[in-house]
Design a protein around this ligand. Structure first.
Ligand code: SF4
Ligand SMILES: [Zn+2]
Ligand SMILES: [Zn+2]
Length: 314
């Protein structure tokens, strides 16, 4: 028996030729079994964390990047069997020149292909400024990266849009890589509150916040990329012009290096935090929310983070 040839056969269907080796599990997968494995992982994550109810109105945050577009395709198929549930895509236009227009176009064309409704909301419309304008006017002394600012404003815009369309659930396409990068960033920044809050299903402690769930939290980013290519799904490929500023890039580099040398490291970090999160929650005083004095949204300190950024612009 030729051992070399045998190793190229898919270990799942045992008939097709393998094209992908999943190093952390030792599986060799053909294209068909690889795609099925991603879809069934998403389903098992949804059921493990009890992410959905049969009658949810789901608002999916769609950026046009590979992860959110893949999730749109997978979720639209899963939800087809749920007659009382519906999906609407929430598309946020931050106002980033030479970048966001292409992403919007791709996001919309995917929605049209799948027959999914969408709502576009822009930073300009909600905050009065595009992200490009905010970056020109930001207070450089505060040393907040563009992604930290954009992240706060995006979260608020997504929540605002979800409430506007009367959704009771927000779905984001954070992958396993996104999740553990955030865990490490929160540890590096000493931010225990955010470390606790980042679970795959958010706790709803206030009627202002729509509950968030992350069905891709156990999918590796590189496998999400591969899924899009195999399925020939159209997504935006070139990076945001502000992304190089982020500390996240350094963390991504460290984690990829570790995973390369020690397959399974990313899953180990994720599972470890999942195990200790409940104990961490008990050590932390529950956040009490009050209305932001400027915009009326929920805030911990009287003025929400978004209004703090906007009031600090030059
Ligand atoms: S890379 Fe950063 S600035 Fe660009 S869209 Fe993402 S969060 Fe916003
Ligand atoms: Zn196979
Ligand atoms: Zn506010």
């Amino acid at each position: 028996m030729n051992y070399k040839n045998k190793t190229k056969i898919c270990t799942s269907c045992e008939s097709n030729q393998a094209f992908f080796a999943r190093s952390f599990s030792g599986e060799l997968l053909c294209k068909n079994c690889f795609c099925k494995s991603i879809e069934s992982k998403v389903k098992s994550t949804i059921s493990k964390y009890k992410m959905f109810n049969y009658d949810d109105k789901i608002a999916l945050a769609l950026s046009g990047g590979k992860d959110s577009v893949n999730l749109l395709h997978i979720l639209s198929r899963i939800q087809k069997n749920q007659k009382k549930s519906s999906i609407i895509a929430i598309i946020i236009d931050e106002g980033i020149q030479n970048y966001r227009d292409e992403a919007l176009d791709i996001a919309i064309s995917n929605c049209k292909d799948l027959g999914i409704d969408y709502k576009i909301t822009s930073f300009k419309e909600i905050y009065g400024f595009t992200l490009d304008e905010i970056m020109l006017r930001r207070d450089n002394d505060k040393k907040q990266s563009s992604c930290a600012i954009c992240g706060i404003l995006r979260r608020k815009a997504i929540n605002y849009s979800a409430r506007f369309v009367k959704a009771n659930k927000i779905v984001t396409a954070h992958t396993l890589d996104d999740e553990i990068q955030t865990i490490l960033l929160n540890i590096f920044n000493g931010d225990l509150t955010r470390l606790i809050k980042g679970s795959p299903v958010s706790q709803v402690s206030n009627s202002c916040f729509v509950q968030r769930v992350k069905p891709f939290c156990e999918i590796l980013e590189k496998e999400s990329t591969l899924y899009a290519y195999v399925k020939k799904i159209r997504f935006q490929n070139h990076p945001c012009p502000y992304s190089s500023e982020a500390m996240r890039n350094d963390v991504r580099f460290i984690l990829n290096y570790m995973e390369e040398k020690h397959a399974g490291t990313k899953f180990t970090i994720f599972r470890t935090i999942e195990k200790i999160r409940p104990s961490l929650e008990q050590t932390k005083r529950k956040n009490r929310f009050i209305e932001c004095k400027i915009c009326g949204e929920a805030s911990s300190f009287g003025i929400c983070k978004a209004c703090e950024i906007l009031s600090g612009l030059n």
